[in-house]
Each structure stands twice: as structure tokens, then as C-alpha cells.
Design a protein around this ligand. Sequence first.
Ligand SMILES: [Zn+2]
Length: 163
Amino acid sequence: MKTWKGRTADSTFAVELQASVLGVLDRYCRDAGSVETGGILIGCYSDDLTLAIVSEATPPPTDSKQSRFWFVRGVSGLREMLQARWRAKERTFYIGEWHFHPVNHVEPSSEDFGQMIEISRGREYDCKEPLLLILGASSYDGRRIFRAFVCPAEESPKEFLGR
Ligand SMILES: [Zn+2]
């Protein structure tokens, strides 16, 4: 898999999903089988803040709750992990959520977007424009399908289009 780049239709914001992240996510989704799963996205922004670079995706925290139709991401271990990333020489931090739906048609639910709005307005992650990456089952050619959004606190979510 190679690095994926996407841009919002209005070109105000772009995202880069590093190849290693896509590989790891593909494995987490395969491991989950027929239940939903998810975790957080870690990375950084370009100097002008118009590009989010996702460099890491965490596995589901151990206190997450999963079923075929819903997923509640836990928090266990995340605080310590984010502190370590913040202190690292190449500083990275929380930039969003990823989430797996074990179906062929990838559609974020209203709960998914609702949760993102809560995160963007909350103080816990200090992230006003969190990303939402939704992955689906792999297609017939074996490629993992996914859709990516940015969810600003005071606007409706915008989808990234691959380019
Ligand atoms: Zn969902």
C-alpha cells in the first residue's frame, strides 16, 4: 500500500495517510473480523496547518466495547501514550479517530459524527478539527476501502477526496 493523499472539495484542508499506517489499519480490521473496532490517529500538521499527516494509528484500547453494529472506543493507556509522543524528539499528537465497519458500504453513522463534534468541542484532546477515518471490508481485489473526513467544531464534516 502506498501513502494516500486526500483534499477537501473546497481545498482548504488536506490529509496524508502514511503507507505504514494503512498497512497497520488493514491488519487491525482483519483481526476484528465481523465486529467493529477502532482507535485513535496520531500525527502532526504542516507549518501552515492546512495538511494533517497521520503517522500512527493505535489498536483499540483494551477497555473498548465492540459489537457487529457499534463500537465504543476505550481510553486505557492513551494518556500515557500521547504524553510520550508529545515528549518525543519528533513531536506528534492526537489528530483524530479511526473506526472499522465490517461491511462493504462505508457510511459514517450520525453517532460517528456526533462523537467527532464532541471531541472537537471538548478539551480532552485539544483538537478542534479532528479527522475521522472509516474503514470497511476489503473489496474483491483485496484493497481495503475507506473514507476520511475532517470534523471542524463549528462546521459540518468535510470529506477528503483522493487525488
Ligand atoms: Zn460507526
